[in-house]
Write a protein that binds this ligand. Structure first.
Ligand SMILES: Nc1ncnc2c1ncn2[C@@H]1O[C@H](COP(=O)(O)OP(=O)(O)OP(=O)(O)O)[C@@H](O)[C@H]1O
Ligand SMILES: [Mg+2]
Length: 278
């Protein structure tokens, strides 16, 4: 395991990710270097392209403890970031620290994943502002009137969805964005995606995996050209592929799992038309 934080080991050896993750090597290297420099990566990409998987793999590869939080749910920020007060058996008030708080002040190498950062509610903004300050990162507990500093080896990584369906009216405060090194993650190439299907799901014929990945490519192209407004995630492609070893034909899988992805947006007919002739 690489001791990322040891000053006696200034030469950084690139740690490996597990073979479950598929990511271009340059991207992986850049993300590892970003953490090595104690900067915070912000993974930006379409739904289901592997953002959460990358965050967890980075923590594992760098030998860091990992804690994930969905910022879109931070409607009670004090409870989430600091904790709450309870009355103990002896009638005294007791501070119960949240998981976030314990991770934040930890003296062990720790990676805190701020998922859905672009959906952080405005009420949580003040907490995040001090938490993400690179020079003086702290949490303020208004009950005790105390500041708690971030552990020296505690780093953050964030993720946010990009794409048509996610252009929200409430854009993230640019002051937050400024604290991160933005990194784009994309869907895999058809070759990578078909290889991922075969490695993740036993019993899928290689030719079916290749065709499924090609179908995904065409539908994503449809989204890029704005013919479709919904993207097709790697998660959905893997979900679809899981039915193949049970005897479903590729056509069944496309009808039942891939095209139904476009039902809610009313684009099923359009999507089917894009797949004509393949
Ligand atoms: N690049 C990839 N390599 C390996 N598996 C992947 C990759 N992309 C997606 N997957 C698989 O697809 C599923 C969804 O991935 P993950 O949750 O990491 O995506 P996400 O970008 O965080 O999704 P969301 O936008 O919904 O938060 C997981 O089962 C994951 O293993
Ligand atoms: Mg995710």
């Amino acid at each position: 395991m690489t001791d990322l934080f040891s000053c006696r080991n200034p030469i950084f050896t690139l740690p490996k990710h597990s073979d479950k993750l598929c990511i271009p090597i340059q991207k992986w290297e850049f993300l590892c270097h970003t953490l090595y420099l104690k900067k915070y990566p912000f993974l930006l990409g379409p739904k289901g392209c592997g953002k959460s998987s990358v965050a967890k793999e980075l923590a594992d590869a760098m030998g860091m403890e990992y804690h994930a939080f969905n910022m879109g749910q931070a409607f009670k920020p004090k409870k989430m970031f600091v904790g709450s007060l309870i009355i103990g058996e002896d009638g005294k008030t007791l501070a119960v620290r949240s998981e976030f708080f314990r991770a934040f002040v930890s003296d062990r190498p720790t990676l805190i994943f701020l998922d859905e950062l672009t959906r952080t509610p405005a009420v949580a903004a003040n907490f995040l502002m001090t938490v993400l300050d690179r020079h003086q990162s702290y949490l303020y507990d208004e009950d005790s009137g105390q500041r708690y500093n971030k552990g020296r080896n505690v780093l953050f990584i964030a993720a946010g969805n990009t794409g048509f369906a996610y252009v929200s009216a409430q854009r993230l405060d640019t002051a937050f964005e400024d604290r991160f090194i933005k990194t784009r993650l994309d869907y895999l190439s058809p070759r990578e995606e078909s290889a991922l299907i075969c490695s993740r799901i036993d019993g899928v014929a290689r030719k079916d995996a290749v065709r499924l990945a090609e179908i995904a490519r065409i539908l994503r192209l449809g989204e890029a050209k704005e013919t479709l407004s919904v993207s097709l995630s790697t998660r959905q492609v893997l979900d679809a592929a899981a039915y193949l070893p049970l005897g479903y034909s590729l056509q069944d899988v496309v009808e039942e799992i891939i095209l139904t992805n476009y039902m809610l947006s009313g684009e099923e007919v359009l999507a089917r038309a894009l797949l004509q002739g393949i």
